[in-house]
Design a protein around this ligand. Structure first.
Ligand code: PDD
Length: 297
């Protein structure tokens, strides 16, 4: 499998890559991370992802040991090291075939056992490159289901940290209902985001997505989709999205690095719109596809 890993700047065979048991990322989820993808094996929107990594690190008081320029160079080096024969992927969407997902993880490092972050001596930087496993082509044609789960527990929603158990358990709950994604619903009954995605609804030709202030991750794809929609004269409103409003919407979709725009056609026990991907979703996805191919070609 074309995979490659670097730990603190040293390339390690993927099957032998290990982190120390005293690493605080392992012990406490005391880490920040980013997920970047490639198009044509070129990292996409890497500047935006590394800016968010820096913002996440600053929110938890972790000083990144490398600047963005060094991180980007390392990402490119590890992607190069992952080149190789990809197994056939008959079910994959064409734009995902042969591509990579890049996970950059910076932990606070190891030290004497204890919660106090001052016990850590030096942050650890891992760059992990794996074949991208995006949604199947059929998911884009037919749409996917999402399952609503109750209010978030713990963590800073605006920071991408290793403290992720709530999201893990949300996805477990969604999977129990054969749903592709979990939708996080806050105390006011509003959908805030997915466990690893942002959420959009189309209501009467207007794109509606929850604002950052409701406590969500500022998705890189979310920001691009908002820009692309405005450029395509589709009005965008950033406002709270009550769960019943999502169910009444004409269309809905999820966004994330690996998903791009993925039609959302079922929520809980209900159907969104006609139950099939809608025209605004298709049009915006097409515009996104053109933007992504242009950005890296
Ligand atoms: N997840 N919201 C949450 C909670 C996320 O974890 C993610 C991304 C997003 C979408 O962000 P972006 O468009 O920048 O990928 C929204 C990544 C991909 C992950 O954890 O795998």
């Amino acid at each position: 499998m074309p995979a490659a890993v670097s730990i603190d700047g040293v390339l390690v065979p993927a099957g032998q890559a290990r982190v120390p048991v005293l690493d605080r990322g392992f012990l406490y989820g005391d880490s920040v991370y980013e997920v970047v993808r490639t198009y044509g094996l070129e990292p996409f929107e890497v500047g935006a992802h590394l800016a968010r990594l820096a913002a996440s690190a600053s929110r938890i008081g972790l000083e990144l040991p490398w600047d963005a320029r060094r991180l980007e160079a390392e990402i490119r080096r590890v992607v190069q090291a992952s080149r190789g024969e990809d197994p056939p992927e008959p079910d994959a969407a064409p734009w995902n075939r042969g591509e990579r997902t890049i996970r950059v993880v910076v932990t606070r490092g190891s030290g004497e056992m204890g919660l106090d972050p001052a016990l850590a001596t030096a942050p650890l930087v891992v760059v992990l490159v794996l074949p991208l496993r995006g949604p199947a082509a059929s998911a884009y044609r037919e749409g996917v289901a999402a399952w609503p789960v109750g209010a978030r527990r713990g963590g800073d929603p605006a920071a991408k940290t290793g403290e992720h158990l709530f999201h893990v358990l949300s996805v477990r709950e969604a999977a129990r209902h054969q749903a592709h994604e979990a939708l996080l619903v806050d105390g006011q009954g509003c959908v805030t985001e997915g466990a690893s995605s942002n959420v959009f609804a189309v209501e009467g030709g207007v794109l509606v997505t929850p604002p950052l202030q409701v406590g969500i991750l500022a998705g890189v794809t979310r920001a691009l989709v908002i820009d692309i929609a405005r450029a395509a004269q589709v009005p965008v409103r950033e406002e709270p999205l009550p769960l019943p409003a999502l169910l009444r919407a004409d269309e809905a979709f999820l966004t994330s690095t690996a998903r791009e725009l993925l039609p959302l056609t079922r929520v809980g026990e209900g159907t969104v719109g006609s139950g099939a991907p809608g025209p605004v979703t298709r049009r915006l996805h097409q515009a996104f596809r053109e933007f992504a191919s242009g950005a890296t070609s």
